[in-house]
Write a protein that binds this ligand. Structure first.
Ligand code: AMP
Ligand code: GLY
Length: 422
């Protein structure tokens, strides 16, 4: 069969690698992919916002299944478009993707279906937002409604921070804003919880914890994710059940009842756990990046069969089995990220590293130019290791990063500190 993967990050390289393992898969296309997927698939340099061209290519090559990695095409309705054109596609439709595309949509759903989340208010202009700040206790959280690549969330310690956030959002930092969200600050420990659904059946798809801040000790600016580990140290059968019963199932019910739609694909709940009770912080309608790079290596079931069964609405026939081992990833980024950085920096030595079993390098912002691998983004390489202990994973990864010795990159040495440095 022929499989197409939309996206170009570490998540998509990890998905590509997992799909490649299936004997049923003859050919993989990545739209547009990176230097890592180039080795195992055919990269197609095509604008993924141009759904017409995408569909034309899929038809020409007779691609059997399309997997959508990132949120933007999902929120823009790529699944609806391709389905209308009779393409088999893995991912949620445009309405269901609003769970990530609009924080206000999700908050309203939480309210109506009694899903535990931070208390919140929705405000339509600067004056009303600031009025609310005047009556509030701090810290509190100000959020832009739409997609903001992880940057539209402001944790505000005082009124000055709050006013700054409100003004930035209404001044259009994340696109035109008609409304914003102000919510209560939740304390506790975060956890990323994943499920996969075919619209009828639903299965857990692992847990993880990512490190969003750029600096060691979890300080500094927010990023897309500097590293992650799986499973979360909070995972337990009791907590899993609470998350399903109180958060995931009511959400899917809400989508069905109020929006007449089912959810197909990966649903990623960003949670705060306090006193062993889950609260929803946000939804993503896809796998996490870099969480995916730590979850897929732990999956023992054939990944392509899982995707195929989901598209065919036969997920009930699949028995997901997971390794008990731990998995950790460290992301090497371009110096300057998440601020400004230079692209086109050559990365040498990648071909000189002999990866052992359970060691992986998933590419993100890389491409090939004149037969050389060069950087092409803020997050560049994901070093991943699976082993019996998080500590060993991290040591092995730091060794690999050293061997490559890319001088234009930086990374955090403390990924997984909560589960390692006790
Ligand atoms: P989000 O993009 O909504 O996941 O927010 C990014 C990060 O901001 C989360 O991973 C949390 O660390 C933090 N955050 C968001 N909302 C809250 C909240 N209500 N209370 C505490 N932290 C929050
Ligand atoms: N690592 C966070 C995300 O994928 O949204």
């Amino acid at each position: 069969m022929k499989v197409g993967i939309i996206g170009s990050g570490g998540r998509e390289h990890a998905i590509c690698y997992a799909v490649k393992k299936s004997k049923k898969v003859d050919e993989i296309y990545c739209f547009p992919g990176n230097a890592g997927t180039h080795d195992i698939a055919i990269n197609v340099d095509l604008n993924i916002s141009d759904f017409e061209s995408l569909n034309q290519f899929i038809n020409e090559k007779k691609i059997d299944i399309i997997i959508v990695g990132p949120e933007k095409p999902l929120v823009d309705g790529v699944v609806d478009f391709l389905k209308k054109n009779k393409v088999n596609v893995f991912g949620p439709n445009q309405i269901a993707s609003k769970l990530e595309g609009s924080k206000i949509f999700t908050k309203n759903l939480c309210k109506k279906f009694n899903i535990p989340t931070a208390n919140f208010g929705i405000f339509k202009n600067v004056e009303k937002s600031i009025d609310f700040l005047n009556k509030s206790k701090f810290p509190l959280v100000v959020k832009a409604d739409g997609l903001a690549a992880g940057k539209g969330v402001y944790i505000c310690e005082n009124k000055i921070d709050g006013e700054y956030a409100i003004k930035e959002i209404f001044n259009g930092k994340f696109g035109k804003a008609n409304e914003l969200l102000i919510e209560e600050f939740l304390s506790g420990e975060e956890m990323s919880f994943f499920v996969i659904s075919d619209g009828v059946n639903i299965k857990q798809f692992g847990t993880a914890q990512d490190h969003k801040r750029v600096g060691e000790g979890d300080i500094g600016l927010n990023t897309g994710g500097m590293g992650a580990y799986s499973p979360s140290r909070l995972e337990s059968d009791e907590l899993n059940k609470k998350i399903l019963d109180k958060i995931i199932l009511p959400t899917l019910k809400g989508l069905r009842e109020d929006f007449k739609t089912n959810f197909v694909g990966f649903l990623y709940a960003g949670l705060m756990i306090k006193n062993n009770e889950p609260y929803l912080i946000e939804y993503n309608v896809r796998m996490g990046d870099p969480e995916c790079q730590t979850i897929l290596p732990r999956l023992e079931t054939n990944f392509f069969e899982v995707i195929k069964a989901t598209i065919e609405q036969k997920l009930d026939a699949i028995n997901l089995s997971w390794s008990n081992e731990k998995c950790l990833s460290i992301v090497q980024c371009s110096r300057g990220y998440p601020g400004t950085y230079e692209n086109n920096q050559e990365i040498k030595n990648l071909d000189k590293v002999n990866l052992k079993m359970n060691e992986y390098i998933f590419h993100a912002g890389t491409k090939i130019k004149n037969s050389k691998i060069i950087s092409n983004g803020g997050r560049v390489l994901n070093f991943v290791c699976k082993s019996n202990s998080f500590k060993e994973c991290r040591e092995i990864i730091l060794g690999l990063i050293n061997k490559i010795g890319w001088k234009k990159g930086f990374y955090r040495k403390d990924i997984g500190h909560k589960v390692i440095d006790k």
